[in-house]
Design a protein. Sequence first.
Lengths: 317, 328, 336
Amino acid sequence: MPVTKMPDGLSEEITPGHPLIHLLQIKTKIFITDLMGFVRKLKHHPSALIGALLIIFFLVVAFFAPAVAPHDPFTGELSERLVAPSWLEGGSSQYVLGTDQQGRDLLSRIIYGARISLWVGFISVTISVLIGTLLGAAAGYFRGKLDIFLSRTADLLLAFPFLIFAVAVMSFLGPGLINLILALTFKGWVEFFRLVRGEMLSEKTKEYVEAAKANGQSNLRIILSEVLPNIIHTIIVLATLRMGFFIIMEASLSFLGLGIQPPDPAWGSMVNEGRQFMLNAWWLSTFPGAAILVLVLSINLFGEGLRDILDPRLKTE
Amino acid sequence: MLEIKNLAMAFETERGLVRAVNKVDLSVAEGEVMGIVGESGCGKSVTLLNILGLVPHPGKVLSGEIKFQGEDLLKKSKKEMRDIRGKDIAMIFQDPMTTLNPVFRIGEQIRESMRIHGLFKDVKGGIFKSARKHAEKDRAVELMKEVGIPSPETRYHNFPHEFSGGMQQRALIAIGLSCKPKLLLADEPTTALDVTIQAQILALMQKINQEHGAGIILVTHDLGVAAEFCHKIAVMYAGKIVEQGRTEQVMEDPHHPYTQGLLRSIPKISNRQDKIEPIPGGVPDLAELKEECAFYPRCGKAHDRCLSQEVPMFDAGEGHTVRCYLYG
Amino acid sequence: MKSIKILERLLAAIPIMIGVAVLVFLFVRLTPGDPVDLMMGSAGSVSQEEVQALQEEFNLDKPLHTQLYLFLKNVARGDLGDSFTQREPVTNIIAGALPATIELAFGAAFFAVLFAIPIGVYSAVKQNSITDRLSMAFSFLGISMPAFWFGIILIIVFGVKLGWLPISGRLDYGFNFPSVTGLYLIDTVLARDWPAFKNAVLHLILPSIALGMQLLAILARVTRSSMLEVLRQDYVTLARAKGLREFIVIVKHALRNALIPTITVLGIQIGVLLGGNMIIETVFAWPGLGRLAVDSIFSRDFPLIQGVVMIYAFTYVIANLIVDILYTYINPKITL
């Protein structure tokens, strides 16, 4: 990815105004050209393409859930409890994947559940990236006490296995969407912190940073416009790959009853609810879990493809 | 002892057939040192690998024979080749740091060949075959002494990364010598080393040749190194031997323009006035070889005949051969 | 000297453990709401004396820093307080559950390593073959799969539909043998109680597979890629040039080197095993630390939660330390 660089004299002429807005304009232009080149390259990686298409599929389905879902996910006909999926005996075409113990259509619940998974996954990753990048850039660039403090905190947080930590946080905060996101980001930022800090440390020694400093650019400007664009593709790859992980974490927490609570159709809690019916209604646990699998799989496929495209040097083949 | 006749070998790649070895003839007599000289990518290393049948996939032998002591190696079974490797014919590679296995001790690595080839299999006695192990260890230490590794008894237990580059290469030579081979294949053994160490290693190899009577094929890109102690030199270019003969013949009376170019590009301390003249152009892509002389684009003395067909080897007298129309 | 370096590492781990304890402490104290109220909330009506007793027990009447000091002092002594719901010292409860978790973690690791290495090696040696592509696709699946779902699928298929394997607990009723280590596999062997041993193993199978699958997937990929690297190395060619059989070349020369990254990754993934424990133990009703954690959270048993979380973190730190130390023995190039 190109380094955003304008000869300083020129930029002075064009935008006497706010440097950051000018930055944004250039960045957007570069972003769009990169995007088009990226889409072209995507065609060469079939697995990444499949991943991308599936993700888009999920997004569309989730967005248009009210239109796509055949039934209301929250209300169920008790007379139609535990109906089998349509292709098994006892099933009906009205409820393609069967119904749960309250007569609610499984397919509809799964469709609505996509919203939760996508939403939680996206938000927690985004917040983690923002916090981690900010702190990592600051720590790597300015070093000193700030770096020591932040790194020690990161090490401390890393002493906990992810799920234990998230569970502990949830147990103290109580269940719910916001708390869930908090719990995930609380530990989630650490990985991005380390990544950005590491990259910052190595980029800092490179010549273009020296040159920028010699030009009199402010520290903030250097971080944002010089170093960050070079790091950003690594960040994006990691973010994509972690998103699948976060979604599984959310599902796990919901499964344990600590995340999204019923009657909200979170896939994890649906699997948990279905446990009691493993003997006679196996579909209740199976299909929501399969949905998680497919979503995470597509995100991972896409993420891997992304990594190959953005930095072929990282490929081990 | 070793006779390569008309060997042709290529790699099947997506870009087509890469002819790494293109109809090569070589012969090495007992106790003789043959040098194969050429730039990177000319196929000299691959020629060595072919002798031992170690060419990696997707390489394939297209034609020719490699006769070792009268038997064609290309026709041997896998087991027969395994018997020959390390015992009758041994090989030394270029970068000792990567050629020694980093997780095993030096002594163990030297002993390994002896163990597989049953050098001491008749030594009986001791629990867990300890008598045999002792014999192997003794010989390993002896070898280490011979190749000039200091304090061999202690060094025996070292790991490769605890050795300096020169010592590592000596260790590799020790491994090669462990089963008293008749032929030693050395693939650029000094390239990765400092110049002073280079000289030591070469002297060591000379000693081995003289004391053990082992034949050596030395592959190098450095004509000077080859001239130091080879009896015969073969110059290779783009998969073909372009000139071959005794060392004095090739060095003092080079016939092929490429050889002449190589000699001109070596800085010589003696002649003050010479500029170093590199040969213009670059090495051709082995995937794009055609019938004509591959050196044509860079040759100062080329003429139309060179483009017409495959250039045969011409005799320049007394075993000196050249692949060039200037002489035929 | 190596032993000094090991000691150094151990000592360096202590500040982390202290930090962990402090962090856990802060969690409890800073929870919105009065901790005692929260605990009371799940117990129904309680008398004034009990409230008072609890308050004293938790030193809630004292200033925060004093609480912290007392807390840390207790932890150093090994006193983690008493469980509210079980009226027993937390340390005892944890000690009872820990072996089960350790056994499960080992079971999962064993399963993962057992299959990952051959799969990884075979895929690398026969690169781009059908087997290679299939196993890599399969391992990709393994990484993307939620462990709890996989566990449930295993239960449905092998427990319910096929009825081959037991699906909950560590042991069926009716077995009795002296508990020496708490690890059933070892205790049953010591007691020569073979039916019990077999029963314990059967119970261990499904949970180990469920927990170990993700690890298997990761290890297989790492082994394959590091094996590919290694097979390209000169020392592998040299091994062949010595006349070694191909099998020996791969297993002795190549694998030894290729395993180094694999073991590194295994060490890193121990956290996954410890974390995933919770889920799998819940799914399979395995009486270990994980299930204890979940139960204690639902019953709002703060001392127990505290203790469990701390022990988890401690175990993780120590496990990492052990892996670091072991690593130096495996890779001769690395000194601590």
